[in-house]
Design a binder for this molecule. Structure first.
Ligand SMILES: *Cc1c(COP(=O)(O)O)cnc(C)c1O
Length: 362
């Protein structure tokens, strides 16, 4: 059988390792940028009543029209000629974008370290991937290198995460605008962390005919629903919509997302708490000998440990029940780095306690 597998599964797929998610049962989960808060009991009850009235024997609204309209106002999508496309998570939207432009020899361009799905999906779709390194000191865009790579590779898609994952910073807006000018193709600004950031490109839609803005409800507290959205000029989105699976947003997701948007105040309070606790966590890490946290506009903090200490600290945390993301070894610029999602205050306190003990006693 192996021979036949090797004959038919494309070599670039065989070379991939499947997206690995560490088992987190029983652990304090600070690895995946989830909102750590559940809903208050009265809200849960009202939600269940809403679900009670759904008919799952019927297909969902294929366009999710009501949800789309409510997302439009919740995410402040500018009205003029701007369309909206929904995906089963923004991961599915990245895949739709790639499917719509892929052809032999075409490439997706992004920055490194960056969101791993851009590269993975390029490979799935038979495209090349160009990753331009960020600047080493502050993870800002290396503009000469980026503009040179755009000139040289003439990519079919550019992705820039704003703020960037896993570094947490916003790129300079002037640099982003220069990329929009220079790119021959669509530039997708991935604003997965918008609820935690001070800046957005949403209001710039329509000012550049190659700008699209992507959002998700995952990081704001609805990761389990799998719902992302893409906003931009309808001329582009009408084409991309043609590679969308019919009924990609299921009945439960449509109803639950609409319910959550109606009660957005609960989520707003949670994201505000996370932003405040991010500052507390940052200052506590900064006060520890040899630990270098990077300023973040997202719901996580990238931290550099003293040389050779990231893996032992990761293991010390795990042994005491706290799961963070080990980035050491994943990219040269992330040497000795861990990524810590901001959790509930008591979870952050536990993380800090273990880390402090580790820093003090090795
Ligand atoms: C988490 C993340 C996403 C994925 O969002 P989903 O909607 O959950 O698929 C997209 N982009 C970036 C940069 C992310 O960090």
């Amino acid at each position: 059988m192996e021979g036949r597998v090797a004959d038919w599964i494309r070599p670039e797929i065989r070379a991939l390792s499947a997206y690995h998610v560490q088992d987190a049962s029983g652990l304090i989960k600070l690895d995946a940028m989830e909102n750590p808060y559940t809903w208050p009991e009265d809200l849960r009850r009202e939600w269940l009543e809403r679900l009670h009235s759904l008919d799952v024997n019927r297909y969902p609204d294929p366009q999710a029209r009501k949800l789309a309209q409510e997302l439009r106002s919740a995410m402040q999508v500018p009205p003029r000629d701007m369309a909206l496309l929904l995906g089963n998570g923004s991961d599915e939207i990245i895949q739709m974008l790639a499917l719509a432009v892929s052809a032999p020899g075409r490439s997706i361009l992004s920055v490194e370290p960056g969101f791993v799905m851009y590269r993975m999906i390029a490979t799935w779709c038979g495209m090349d991937y160009v990753g331009v390194p960020l600047r080493e000191d502050d993870f800002s865009l290396d503009m000469p290198a980026l503009l040179q790579a755009i000139r040289e590779h003439q990519p079919a898609l550019v992705f820039l995460a704003f703020p960037n994952n896993p570094t947490g910073n916003l790129f300079a807006e002037a640099d982003m605008l220069a990329v929009l000018e220079a790119a021959p193709c669509l530039v997708v600004v991935d604003e997965a962390y918008a609820p935690f950031a001070e800046s957005s490109f949403m209001s710039r839609l329509g000012q550049h005919d190659n700008l699209l803005v992507m959002r998700t409800v995952s990081k704001l507290g609805l990761a389990g629903l799998r719902l992302g959205l893409l906003a931009g000029p309808s001329a582009w989105l009408e084409e991309i919509d043609k590679v969308r699976m019919p009924y990609n947003i299921n009945v439960l997701t449509q109803a639950t997302a609409r319910f959550a948007l109606k009660h957005h105040q609960a989520l707003d309070e949670q994201t505000a708490a996370i932003r405040r606790d991010r500052q507390v966590l940052f200052e506590a890490l900064q006060a520890m000998d040899g630990m270098v946290p990077y300023p973040s506009q997202a719901n996580f903090i990238l931290v550099r440990t003293p040389a050779g200490k990231a893996v032992p600290l990761f293991e010390a945390l795990l042994k005491d029940g706290v799961l963070v993301k080990k980035l050491h070894g994943s990219h040269p610029l992330l040497e000795d780095c861990l990524r810590i999602t901001v959790g509930r205050p008591e979870e952050n306190a536990r993380l800090l306690e273990i880390t402090r003990r580790f820093v003090d006693h090795g």
